[in-house]
Design a protein. Sequence first.
Length: 491
Amino acid sequence: MNVTEPRRRWWPRSVRARAALAAASTTAVVLAGIGWWVHRDVYRESMQIAEEQAQQQLWALVDQLNEGVVPVRRSAVPYEVVATGRRSAVAYGGGMDAFDPGTRHVLPAPSQAMDSALLTTRPLRIPVRHDRGPGDGFDMAGGTYTVMSADISADELSGDEVAALGIAADAKMRVYVVVLPNTAEAVTKATDRLLLGAWLVSLVLIAAVAYFAVRIALRPVEAIRVLTASVTASDPRERVTVPATGHEITALATTLNTTLQRLDNAAAQQRRFVADAAHELRSPLTTLLASLEVALAYPERTDWPAAATTAARQTRRLHALAEDLLLLARLDTRTPVTSAETVDLTALASRLTEQYPLSERALTLTCDSTAPAHAHGDPGEYERLLRNLIDNAARHAAHRIQITVRNQDDRVVLTVHDDGPGVPTEDAERIFERFVRLDDARSRDHGGTGLGLAIARDLAHRHRGTLTLTPRTLGACFQLRLPRAPAPAEK
């Protein structure tokens, strides 16, 4: 079982759906982070407002007690005033009524030795009281809340004020104000509900926008897909319409058209190659067939040695053409050179110069080299390359062919120069095409197939080199440049 199958069941295949899902997921994460930050900030701000209100209430209570006035029970925040030497609370309200502090105060009384102090803020747990009344306010029993307190000494009050408050003359009073979080929590919950609604609407909206935006953006791609679906290797003449937007789709369409053009050129080259190969094969086959049919029709008048010689010559021509075609097919695969041998091109050129069979014409073949010139590659392919250049020069030379081999920096430069009629400037590149002959009749008489220079250039490229025709005032000069390799003794 493929482990990727469960993932494929839920992961959408459409690019539009994937883009919408990615946009929605990213938005969800971002909005969740923003919502968490807003939640904390709203709660913090709301608690800060509640603490400010509690502090204002505390100072108002302190002012009333300093004037000997017992605060009323009705208050926006819970409060309690306790004193030393007194079991019940001096005053209470704002939700503390449920505890019945008139029987026993809820919050702890101050120490008798404690001096009057400024505002104190601390967390304090509200005890659970079994004698507390039913109450209808916020149930604070058992909870821990932020409590603000301030101490008042009875020594600072007059006798009438002390009597009005019902405390001893040396008592210490403490005013407690409880900061309730219910308002902050209610505000935060309301904010959370709004954020949740905005979060859901934003997810749907952004996913829809991403979906339709990608859908619109991919319309040119769909048009390109439909058009390229009709392109075949045998007829790659279709071209896609390049959008005028200038974005990535334009680059894609331009690249695709370039690829289709290369495919079209390759197909045209292949058709031309097949036609040329068929034409080249037809000529010797026609000559061979005609010679054999005439000999069979008139056996008593046939010069059988001459007929056999003609058949052998045409068969050799067919064999050479077949070998060239097979070599070109192998070179077209662009397979790398497998041989790592170091070849001395100077020695190879000298050996071919000595062994090359010159024709009946008085030709002189010389090799001019000053030092060994080494290159990495296949010795057999180097020999085939150089032999093709010499064969081409021998077919066109008038009297002399000269081979030179030189070392130039990191390159080995080999030239084959003949004193023939040369090559017109406009045909300097055309002669390297397959089955191209500038003098067709003369080349056929000398056994040329029009593939020698094409094979030579492909072999040069295969060995990371170049083969070009360099301008000369007399004859044709082919220059081969190859990467130079260190001599075996220099490694």
